[in-house]
Structures are given as structure tokens and as C-alpha cells.
Design a protein around this ligand. Structure first.
Ligand code: PHE
Ligand code: NA
Length: 501
């Protein structure tokens, strides 16, 4: 007989793993500059509105699908209605793309943790990052000139993450989060404290928190808030569907959801404080404007601005280890969750064991990541895939999912009812309105305005063929792959034939 479905040992482990997934690179480097650029202190209002009206309601939707139907994303959606299986594979395909480059950023951060001791970047961290470390080639292309200092840590990241996943839901994923999440919290708190003691810290915080109330009348600011919340909570990726499927029947879903959502946001605010205190210090020592430093955005902020701060600050090596270590740990627990979506889906479809599936999925996945990214052409590829999968892949998938579930399959009453049956806080008509009406309006607005912007302005300085293939082409390919996968019949050994409950 087949072993029963894997489970978290307790609800606490599930909550830790869900927080571990949500708290990622997005909290540390995305939230601070998105908040800064969209009204500073005033951003908190659209941010909270987005959290309460879309983030948390969609989180409950994911939980409901996974928990009621106890399956990986494709299986859970299929059990909801056979026509919905493709939605699950679409989410799996998105996770596939994200995982192959997300691992690369963790590898960089790991190397930079070491560089913090030697200050390998010298006096010019920008040149160091692009020319010496990544050895970025002039040509935007796909090539196989490997850069060993990226290749080696990347192979290490893949080996470690697959070992965790092979160990299973509780012994692997659960345990890794029990260890890494508290470690991350301690490191990050220390980082924030150290940053707050740097000269100029107060100016950084002023820059971040001074409200620009006029921003509230700007629809772009509201779109940015919803975009940040969707990405940050990792809703509509299949992650929360998968993680909720390993919960016991009687589990307080809404209570867990609030804990996860508020922990994630708490971590974002904390990151805002830590990062901007440090940025204020950099502006102070370099005589620059806080805005110029913060404007470097995600990768620039972490790998170019922070090294400068580390070189200048008292106890800089410590600051570096804390900052890049936080990126590594936050990223690692998110990477685990993204890959688990794929492993769980393949495991269900083929009816295979955990260890075997981990290698069948993990080895090709790792090889693709290792072939494409630690090369002199890897940065441009990473840049394009990230921008397109985030702006279009995820948004389009979330939009289509809520529209189909609400209007074509009419499943919101069933799913909301399930959540209320097992949870302390009940959800009803209000939740259905937020998920079925408000969320699609907001998602549709963001998607269309991004689409217009990309069509009119193109993307960066990159050649059209490159953006066409790895940007637009990739987004379309995800949908095609999802449809094809949903047409493949389930193995006779697969979980699709198991009774639910
Ligand atoms: N939510 C994560 C963050 O804030 C990002 C993430 C994206 C995690 C996709 C998992 C999957 O960084
Ligand atoms: Na997050």
C-alpha cells in the first residue's frame, strides 16, 4: 500500500514554513525602495489597504484550495473541478522559472558574505560587481562562458536545497524552517540595531518615512502597493496551496493566515528601517542624496550600495555578514517553497515517492539553472526573466485564477465555506466580494498598465529578439506548457485516484 500523504507535525511548523516562504528577497531589498519611491510614509496606507483587501483574502483562497483538496497545485485544482487542472500547472511552470534564477541571487549573496571580510570590492563596488565578479559580457546573448566564483556557490545552493527537499515535508522543509527562520530573525534584528547606530541613520529614516500625501491620489502608487503585496505574500504561486495541503483536517486557517501575513509585513517594515538607516549613513559619508543611493533598486542596492556601506561603517564586516547572511537565509527558505510546488506536483501526477521525485525534478532543474546563469551572459537573462515573470506571469496567472474560480467554476461559496468550517474567524460575503470583484479589478489594472508600458517603452537597453524570446516568449510558453501538462493523463498509481479526506 502507498504511504499516507506527508504532513506537518504541528500547525506551528506549517506557520513557520509559510512565513519562511513569504519572507524572502522581496522583503529585504524590494519593499524598502518600493515604499520610498511611492510616497514614503504615506505608502503605509495603500500598503495596508492592499494587504487587507487583496493579500489576506487571496491567501485564504490558496489555503482553501490546498487544504480542502489535499493536493499539490494541479491535483488540488483538478479535484476542485477537472477543468481547473491547468491553473495548477501554470503555477508550477511559474515556480520553475523563478527557482532557476532565485537560486542564483542566493549564490551571489553567499559569496558577498565572504567578501565582507576581505572587502574584495575595493574602492569601486559597481565595477567590481559587474566586471570582476559577474564578468558581464558586452553582448546581450546566451553563452556558456562560466564564471567559477558564481558557479561554485550556485552548485552548492542547489545541492543543499535538494537535500532538504529529499528529506521530506516535516523532516526536511519543516526542520529547515525551524532552524533558519529564528536565525534570520536574530541576524536581521542585529543588523537593524547596528544600522540605527550609524551616523546619518536618522536622515535615512526621515527619507523613508516622511509622508508625501500627494502620492495617495496617484493610481501608480496604489498599483505598486498591490504589486508588492502579491509578490511578498507569495499568493497565486501554488506555494500556499501546496503547504496547506500538508495540514491536518481540523486546522484554523484564518488564524494561521493572519499570523503569516502580519509576520511578513512586520519583516518588511523592519527591513525598511534597517536598509534606510544604512542608506542614510552612506549618504552621510559620501555626501550623496539618500534618493540617489536608494534609487539603485534591488540588485544595485544590495550588491553595489551595501558594499560601500560595509567598507565605510565601523564593524563593517559584521554588518556585511548580517546583511548578506539575511539575504541567504531569507532566500533559501523561499527557494525551498518554490521548488516544493514542482516536486509535489510531479509526485502526485506520477505517483512516485518523495526521494525519487526530488531527483527527477531537481537534477534537471539544477542543471538548467547552472547552465544558464553563472555565465558572463547570465545577468541580462536573469534581469529579463525576473521582470517578465513578475510583471506578467504572476499577475496574469492570479487574474485568470480568480476570474475562473469566481465566474466560470463558481467555487467561492464552497471554498469560503470550507475555510469558515475549520477556522476561528469566519469569512463570507465580504471575502467573496474582495476575491471575486475587487482583486480582479486591481490585478487587471496593474496588468494592463504594465503591458502598455512595456509595449511602448520596450525593456531596458536590450535587443528586441532577446526580450521577445526570454521575456514575452517565456510568458507565453508557460501557458502552453501548462495546457500540455494538464492534458497528460495521471498515472494509475497517482494520487488523483486516492480518496480525499
Ligand atoms: N515572497 C517572497 C519575497 O518576498 C518572494 C517569493 C516569490 C517567494 C516567489 C516564493 C516564491 O521575497
Ligand atoms: Na515577502
Amino acid at each position: 500500500a502507498k504511504p499516507p500523504r506527508e504532513m506537518w507535525s504541528t500547525r506551528k511548523v506549517f506557520i513557520l514554513a509559510a512565513i519562511g516562504s513569504a519572507v524572502g528577497l522581496g522583503n529585504i531589498w524590494r519593499f524598502p525602495y518600493v515604499a520610498y519611491e511611492n510616497g514614503g510614509g504615506a505608502f503605509i496606507i495603500p500598503y495596508l489597504v492592499a494587504l487587507l483587501t487583496a493579500g489576506i483574502p487571496l491567501l485564504f483562497l490558496d489555503y482553501a484550495v490546498g487544504h480542502r483538496h489535499r493536493g499539490s497545485a494541479p491535483l488540488a485544482y483538478r479535484r476542485l473541478t477537472p477543468k481547473a487542472e491547468g491553473l495548477g500547472w501554470w503555477q508550477v511552470a511559474i515556480c520553475f522559472i523563478i527557482s532557476i534564477y532565485y537560486a542564483v541571487i542566493i549564490a551571489w549573496a553567499g559569496m558577498y558574505m565572504i567578501f565582507s571580510f576581505t572587502e574584495a570590492w575595493g574602492a569601486d563596488p559597481a565595477t567590481f560587481f559587474l566586471s570582476d565578479f559577474l564578468q558581464v559580457s558586452e553582448n546581450v546573448n546566451i553563452g556558456f562562458d562560466f564564471v567559477p566564483t558564481v558557479l561554485i556557490p550556485l552548485v552548492t545552493v542547489w545541492a543543499l536545497v535538494l537535500l532538504v527537499l529529499a528529506a521530506g515535508v516535516q523532516k526536511g522543509i519543516g526542520r529547515a524552517n525551524i532552524i533558519f527562520l529564528p536565525l534570520l530573525l536574530v541576524m536581521f534584528l542585529l543588523l537593524v540595531v547596528q544600522s540605527l547606530f550609524l551616523p546619518g541613520a536618522a536622515d535615512g529614516l526621515d527619507a523613508l518615512f516622511t509622508p508625501d500625501w500627494g502620492a495617495l491620489t496617484n493610481t501608480g502608487v496604489w498599483a505598486a502597493a498591490y504589486g508588492q503585496i502579491f509578490f511578498s505574500l507569495s499568493v497565486a504561486f501554488g506555494i500556499m496551496v501546496t503547504y496547506a495541503s500538508y495540514l491536518k483536517r481540523k486546522t484554523d486557517l484564518t488564524g494561521s493566515g493572519f499570523v503569516v501575513a502580519f509576520s511578513n509585513s512586520g519583516f518588511e517594515i523592519l527591513a525598511g528601517i534597517g536598509v534606510f538607516a544604512a542608506v542614510g549613513f552612506m549618504a552621510f559619508t559620501a555626501g550623496a542624496e539618500v534618493g540617489d543611493v536608494a534609487g539603485a533598486g534591488g540588485i544595485g542596492l544590495a550588491f553595489i550600495a551595501f558594499p560601500t556601506i560595509i567598507s565605510e561603517a565601523p564593524l563593517g564586516a559584521l554588518l556585511g555578514v548580517l546583511f548578506f547572511g539575511s539575504l541567504v537565509f531569507a532566500g533559501f527558505t523561499s527557494l525551498i517553497s518554490i521548488i516544493e510546488v514542482i516536486i509535489s506536483a510531479v509526485q502526485d501526477k506520477l505517483g512516485m515517492g518523495r526521494v525519487k521525485t526530488t531527483w527527477i525534478v531537481g537534477i534537471p532543474l539544477a542543471l538548467i539553472s547552472i547552465l544558464l546563469f553563472p555565465t558572463t551572459t547570465g545577468l541580462n537573462l536573469l534581469d529579463v526573466t525576473d521582470a517578465f515573470v513578475n510583471n506578467f506571469g504572476i499577475m496574469a496567472c492570479a487574474l485568470v485564477t480568480v476570474l475562473l474560480l469566481t465566474y466560470a467554476f463558481r467555487k467561492l461559496p464552497l471554498l469560503g465555506g470550507h475555510v469558515s468550517d475549520v477556522s476561528s474567524i469566519k469569512i463570507g460575503l465580504g471575502w467573496r466580494i474582495l476575491v471575486g470583484i475587487l482583486s480582479p479589478i486591481v490585478l487587471g489594472y496593474i496588468l494592463i498598465s504594465e503591458l502598455i508600458k512595456k509595449i511602448q517603452e520596450g525593456y531596458g537597453e536590450m535587443p528586441a529578439w532577446f526580450v521577445g524570446v526570454f521575456g514575452w516568449g517565456m510568458v507565453v510558453a508557460l501557458i502552453v506548457v501548462a495546457l500540455v501538462l494538464s492534458l497528460i493523463p495521471w498515472s494509475s498509481k497517482s494520487a488523483a485516484n486516492d480518496p480525499v479526506l
